[in-house]
Design a protein around this ligand. Structure first.
Ligand SMILES: Nc1ncnc2c1ncn2[C@@H]1O[C@H](COP(=O)(O)OP(=O)(O)OP(=O)(O)O)[C@@H](O)[C@H]1O
Ligand SMILES: [Mg+2]
Length: 236
């Protein structure tokens, strides 16, 4: 599929229009960003490894009838996706306390939560992505009550699917972020699912296998992204 005009260039991906108004090409860049874009980095091959992981994850969700924007992988760092009207809400699901959650509620880092927590954040870097609840989302017109209900359900289902997926690979799904959008009235998962958007720890050693290595200058970010890809695919 041929790329036409640029639609949007973000920090980690670029979206291009195509000859089909319903489809976009999503290009994964080698760039890394954290803390609302204030910290930047990159490594060679990052786009390829994230595209490969996101492809695997979206195809896996298809088997469970979870609706996503994914159509097909078309090159090492590009996938075709359905064009969405994005809902500017980041949906976070947490299984283990870490980062902001641990700090805010004074929970022990690494504490396994009794029940998964679903959180919503308004996707707005200038406001620092403030936390919102369903009522903010309805009241400010970002989504309807029905859409928020569906979003919560899909996010919980994705969590259940990937929790056991990672567990079988000796990994813990600590938390992850999803973005949703609308395509012909249906609600689909958009954006990406990758080590940029998930926290994944090794079950035995608690080694961090995700973007936290970049956020907190732990080193070896390229190595763990590739190792994660190998572990995801090898247990298939
Ligand atoms: N299928 C889609 N249709 C339209 N827009 C999409 C689709 N999937 C993802 N997007 C949007 O495309 C953009 C992808 O860019 P990217 O993730 O690089 O940057 P960002 O989200 O602006 O910044 P960051 O991820 O660093 O916070 C996001 O704004 C995302 O919401
Ligand atoms: Mg993004």
């Amino acid at each position: 599929m041929e790329k036409k005009d640029l639609l949007y260039e973000g920090k980690a991906k670029i979206l291009y229009l195509t000859e089909d108004p319903n489809l976009l090409v999503q290009v994964f860049k080698d760039d890394l960003s954290a803390f609302n874009g204030t910290k930047r980095g990159k490594f060679d091959g990052k786009g390829e490894v994230c595209n490969a992981i996101a492809t695997y994850m979206f195809e896996y969700l298809e088997n469970y009838h979870v609706p996503t924007h994914f159509v097909k992988k078309v090159s090492e760092s590009e996938m075709v996706v359905k064009r969405l009207e994005m809902i500017p809400i980041e949906v976070v699901v947490r299984n283990v306390a870490t980062a902001t959650l641990a700090k805010t509620y004074n929970l022990e880092e690494g504490k396994v939560l009794k029940y998964p927590i679903v959180e919503y954040f308004l996707k707005d870097d200038r406001l620092g992505d403030p936390m919102i609840n369903e009522h903010h989302a309805f009241a400010m017109g970002y989504a309807t009550p029905e859409e928020m209900k569906m979003i919560g359900r899909i996010a919980s289902k994705v969590n259940a699917i990937f929790k056991s997926f990672f567990d079988r690979r000796g990994l813990v799904l600590v938390d992850f972020k999803l973005e949703f959008g609308k395509h012909d009235k249906s609600l689909l998962i958009g954006d990406e699912i990758s080590p940029d958007t998930c926290r994944i720890w090794d079950k035995k050693t608690n080694k961090k296998m995700d973007k936290d290595r970049f956020r907190y200058d732990m080193g070896g970010v390229d190595k763990v992204y590739r190792e994660l890809y190998d572990r995801i695919v090898s247990a298939a």
